[in-house]
Design a protein around this ligand. Structure first.
Ligand SMILES: [Zn+2]
Length: 348
């Protein structure tokens, strides 16, 4: 398909989602926290010949801003903005379309989302497009009667700026960025009700439904039930008289440890985005550990190693050498995800 290299608007993202649903394919949505990890994601997209989704959480934004700064939503927003602007500048050089979005914003972190929407509004006024392609609000820890009016207000404001709002219904289990949840299953009735309310405002939304998914990797089994996604789509079709098989664009969070069959089933039910964080974190850190183990002889002193007491070790301890290996490992892990998601070669 014909998409420009660079950051996509929410409308372009939505057009892409239609094609992904037809192909029963999804894109990896990679959490990053620095320019280097953003580059690792764009490198994977270039190799996959597909668009990519790059996300910053509030924690990622804070890390990128620098953690000696105070814990402040304005600073988290500035850190996330800096990543988004880096991607906007660099994506054309990687030659890939990039969707730039943010991850879980809970009720208590809504001031962070407000700050980003201010940045989007200013960018929109200046250039005609928002800075980000979309944001995520995750009010799943609150009762739906409290969450829904906020989702509706946010959707209206996202749609006015041509952006996509992702919302979560039902709670993802595990821990991410210090936020913990209990794995749950979205109710098809509730899902259909929310769809009915939101679609009257705009169709620029995606939904993170829960079907036993968990953030992170833990010992023991979790009961992942992608059939719940099918039940939610069926309920929407039935109650709203729709003929489309998968009316809702779905996002899969907490996918570490799911089987190929479960993944395939999730794709069949309209999953177009899978968030990845835990597995790319592991790939990145493991590459550093392996590098240190393999090069210990050169890392203990600035000059001298076991074969030459006078040799300088600068080329071994240069952080760029260490980190570029970690970024390559992250790129390789993202490419694996593209394969799982049937997301390779989407650009044809
Ligand atoms: Zn998530």
């Amino acid at each position: 398909m014909n998409l420009p290299a660079g950051v996509l608007t929410g409308q372009q993202w939505q057009e892409l989602n239609v094609i992904l649903k037809e192909k029963k394919a999804a894109l990896p949505a990679v959490c990053v926290s620095s320019t280097g990890t953003a580059n690792a994601a764009m490198a994977a997209a270039a190799e996959a010949n597909s668009p990519i989704i790059i996300l910053a959480s509030f924690g990622g934004g804070y890390f990128n801003a620098g953690k000696t700064l105070p814990k402040d939503p304005t600073i988290w927003a500035a850190g996330a903005e800096s990543i988004a602007r880096h991607i906007k500048i660099m994506a054309p050089f990687y030659g890939v379309p990039v969707i730039v979005a943010t991850d879980h914003c809970s009720m208590e972190n809504l001031p962070w989302l407000e700050k980003m929407l201010e940045i989007d509004q200013a960018e929109f006024d200046k250039t005609g497009s928002a800075l980000w392609s979309g944001h995520m609000a995750d009010l799943s820890a609150s009762p739906i009667d409290e969450a829904l009016p906020i989702y509706k207000d946010l959707l209206k404001r996202h749609a006015d700026l041509g952006m996509i709002l992702e919302f979560e219904l039902g709670e993802t289990g595990g821990e991410e960025d210090g936020v913990t949840g209990t794995a749950s299953y979205t109710s098809p009735e509730e899902c259909s009700k929310v769809y009915g309310e939101l679609i009257q405002i705009s169709d620029l939304f995606t939904a993170a439904l829960t079907f036993g998914n968990v953030h992170g990797v833990y010992k023991g089994n979790f009961d992942l039930r992608p059939d719940i996604l099918g039940a939610c789509q069926a309920k929407i079709r039935e109650e709203h008289g729709l003929s489309e098989q998968n009316p809702m664009d779905l996002v899969f969070h907490g996918g570490s440890g799911c089987t190929p069959d479960q993944m395939k089933e999730a794709l069949e039910h309209g999953t177009i985005k899978q968030n990845i964080d835990t597995d790319t974190q592991w790939a990145f850190s493991k590459a550093i550990v392996e590098y240190v183990r393999a090069n210990e002889d050169f890392l203990n002193t600035q000059v001298g190693n076991s074969s030459d007491p006078d040799a300088p070790n600068k080329k071994k301890y240069d952080p760029r050498v260490v980190l570029s290996g970690a970024e390559k490992a992250m790129t390789a892990r993202i490419l694996e995800s593209y394969g799982w998601l049937n997301g390779l070669n989407v650009l044809g």
